[in-house]
Design a binder for this molecule. Structure first.
Ligand code: GLC
Length: 453
């Protein structure tokens, strides 16, 4: 973080009120009543971790609406506790999106609500807790009581369904479950082990241009800022394999489809478990002993992902336990988990300070600058994202790195103030990329501006 964007005159307040107004307008535009779409055209449904980040911002503007954002997620919850990453709009024009997933193939899916068949990082406990901080004591208790059963069901499902060997680490079955869709460690696995013959054929014959004609995302942002077509085809193929098994984890694992204990996901889960326990304590509810035992195991489990030689954390293949040694911003997320030692945290903070790795002018890049996979424009392969910054800032504060947290808050706000409410940003130039008027960028600006005060 050595080379900071220069403080321009107009960046000294009074720019802040304008920024707040601008992001509030974005949230209003994307409001669909009880939930907020991530962006108007590109993402017309409700997404799990998006709604959590959105509620964290909305709690400062309208706490009732923030609560609605989170309770609306529960209409998609499956009877086994799973929270899907997408709840589809029931508008007729999205029949195709619903049909791609066919959640109704699984008996646990809810009646009358079309969802995906996979989940996303478990940010819900954090969001519930944060919204609770804006309520008075009585309201907070009622709020926590209302949300607790669904949270317990979700976390219990994560352990029973996604940690079959009781390792304290949960597995993911598709890159979309990590929220960092095309992050290099997952893409490397997908290309090496899962890319189907027909996708290889398209690669060999260079016919991927034809497929581009059918992609919604390319109507709204240039190809260089999205997935490559081969990546998209592989992702959809991997999704179809899960659908063929009706999203039944046992069957999926028995057929040896790929499964990874993702670092980012597990860090968020560890933090979520801390919040779950705080929420339960606040309403004097005793969590089931089995769940508590699993939570305890997770607190140490990140150490299984530590590479003493490279002095870093990695994701891991669930079956072989091979560490996936491909650099990405996941490396820094143990700061957010909050369970690693101070010494380990210091090692990660040094990576954040290094301007050849995670410290360009507009941090934090989703892939370190010195990685061969770094591409400043391409989605989760280089650009900076506000939600990742929010997680890292939160972790830095809890490890006592208040100056680092303040500096990262400033550069994050500056990135949006100068370049607009984009989905993601070039970490070197700050150029806005992807969708415009992106909801979690807007919401997290609201939160950062308020937390600064
Ligand atoms: C993309 C992002 C994912 C997000 C979704 C909706 O798929 O990678 O993290 O939840 O868009 O914004």
């Amino acid at each position: 973080m050595s080379e900071k964007p220069k403080e321009s005159e107009e960046s000294d307040e009074p720019a802040a009120p304008d920024l707040l107004e601008q992001v509030t307008t974005v949230l209003k535009q994307n409001d669909r009543g009880n939930y907020t779409v991530p962006s108007e055209n590109l993402y017309p449904h409700q997404w799990l971790w998006d709604s959590c980040f959105i509620a964290i911002g909305l709690r400062w503007l309208d706490v009732d609406r923030a609560q609605a954002e989170l309770t609306s997620l529960l209409r998609g919850q499956w009877s086994n506790g799973m929270l899907p990453n997408m709840i589809f709009s029931d508008a007729p024009q999205y029949r195709r999106d619903r049909g791609v997933w066919r959640s109704w193939l699984n008996a646990n899916s809810p009646d009358g609500v079309a969802t995906s068949g996979i989940t996303q990082p478990p940010m819900l406990a954090e969001a519930v807790w944060q919204v609770g901080q804006r309520l008075n004591a009585a309201e907070r208790k009622a709020w926590y009581k209302q949300m607790l059963p669904s949270l317990v069901a979700y976390h219990t499902w994560l352990y029973t369904d996604r940690d079959p060997h009781q390792e304290g680490l949960v597995l993911q079955l598709h890159p979309w479950e990590t929220g960092l869709d095309n992050t290099p460690p997952w893409m490397a696995e997908l290309h090496e082990h899962v890319m189907p013959v027909w996708v290889r054929a398209i690669r060999a014959t260079h016919t991927d241009g034809i497929v581009n004609l059918f992609r919604r995302d390319l109507h709204y942002s240039p190809p260089g800022q999205r997935f490559s077509t081969l990546e998209v085809l592989s992702l959809y193929d991997a999704q179809r394999r899960l659908r063929r098994k009706a999203y039944d984890t046992d069957k999926i694992l028995r057929h040896g489809l790929f499964s990874i204990q993702d670092l980012t996901y597990n860090c968020i889960f560890i933090r979520a478990n801390t919040h779950l326990q705080e929420i339960a304590k606040a309403v004097r509810h005793e969590l089931p002993a089995e769940l508590l035992a699993s939570i305890q195991k997770s607190e140490q489990a990140l150490e299984k992902l530590w590479d003493e030689y490279a002095k870093t954390y990695w994701s891991r293949d669930f079956v072989t336990h091979r560490l996936l040694k491909v650099p990405s911003v996941a490396t820094l997320l143990p700061l957010y988990a909050g369970t690693i030692s101070k010494e380990r945290a210091a090692v990660l903070v040094r990576l954040l300070e290094d301007d050849k790795k995670f410290g360009p002018a507009y941090p934090v890049p989703s892939v370190p600058l010195d990685s061969p996979n770094f591409d400043p424009d391409r989605y989760w392969q280089g650009p900076s994202w506000m939600n990742i910054n929010w997680l890292i800032i939160d972790g830095l504060k809890r490890y006592g790195y208040h100056d680092h947290a303040a500096a990262l808050t400033e550069t994050s706000l500056e990135m949006v103030r100068r370049n607009g409410v984009a989905e993601y940003f070039d970490p070197v130039t700050g150029e806005p990329l992807g969708a415009h008027n992106f909801s979690w960028t807007a919401a997290l600006v609201v939160d950062m501006l308020h937390q600064k005060q």
